[in-house]
Ligand binder design. Structure first.
Ligand code: SF4
Ligand code: SF4
Length: 268
């Protein structure tokens, strides 16, 4: 592992439930997911901490839910808010949450799989990159979107290095409040980038294949009448599926502007 802390529940406002299927819906907006997590939390809260009760509630939630964007990727109804303020997402069947009994077998995986799973970000992000995401995206919705998208994080930092014509140490961004704030605005494009449309079956860089598995998307440069540009990796990770050169140009410009804003906060 290259990351020195546990990415799932690192604290300081950050928490993640991406591998439990949190974002696996065509509408994965903050408002919709907040509502879903709230409903799941409210469903399990009054129940006796027993497999029968949790299993029945999990089945009912599963039957009633919206179809997932990637049918091959499971969505667990045991995901919810862990705190009264509803700022931390996590597993409602975990022994630390139930007060001792392990009810994760009532979810969509076996409890031992939930216990031991680590996503690729544990290996592929550097410690500095992961700490930068934790500090810049200190809320459950944005943190989960960004910490699981290694290509997006690396792509943003690579653009910053091109802009600066030299290496950029994540520590330098962490050390300067104004850099961290500009970095947050760049990474928060995952949530705020306008004009992405809601019609496409797209999650960041991915779209479902015929089996319902996520496959990586590319830009059709010939159809767009465009050449590849350094911003395109990030444009794809943001979920843009441009159908015209004008749309692609606007998306690239948005990324470039935000990268330049981060670069401007660093000493020359
Ligand atoms: S997607 Fe990764 S960081 Fe998020 S909860 Fe799963 S293992 Fe943890
Ligand atoms: S039971 Fe497993 S898959 Fe379901 S929310 Fe808990 S950790 Fe995630």
């Amino acid at each position: 592992m290259s990351v020195s802390f546990h990415l799932c529940q690192p604290g300081r406002g950050a928490s993640c439930g991406a591998c439990c299927g949190l974002y696996n819906f065509r509408d994965h907006s903050r408002a919709t997911l907040t509502e879903r997590l709230g409903a799941q939390t409210d469903t399990f809260a009054p129940l006796p901490r027993e497999p029968e009760a949790y299993g029945a509630a999990a089945r009912a939630l599963k039957e009633a839910r919206t179809p997932p964007l990637f049918p091959a990727v499971r969505v667990c109804p045991l995901l919810g808010f862990l705190d009264a303020e509803r700022t931390r997402v996590g597993c409602l069947g975990h022994p630390k949450v139930t007060g001792g009994v392990d009810l994760r077998d009532c979810g969509v995986y076996r409890a031992d799989i939930c216990e031991t799973f680590t996503c690729p970000s544990f290996t592929w992000l550097s410690d500095g990159q992961a700490r930068l995401v934790q500090a810049a995206c200190a809320d459950w919705y944005l943190y989960g979107l960004v910490i699981t998208d290694v290509e997006f994080v690396r792509g943003c930092l690579r653009l910053l290095e091109w802009e600066r014509a030299g290496p950029v140490d994540p520590e330098a961004l962490l050390a300067r409040p104004e850099s961290l704030e500009a970095m947050r605005r760049l990474l928060a494009l995952k949530e705020t980038a306008p004009g992405r449309g809601t019609h496409a079956a797209v999650f960041g860089r991915f779209t479902p294949d015929t089996e319902g598995e996520p496959i990586s998307r590319t830009l059709d440069y010939a159809a767009l009448g465009a050449r590849a540009a350094p911003e395109d990796e990030v444009v794809l990770c943001l979920g843009y599926a441009p159908t015209s050169l004008e749309e692609l140009t606007r998306a690239r410009e948005l990324v470039r502007t935000h990268v330049r804003a981060v670069a401007a906060t660093l000493p020359s």
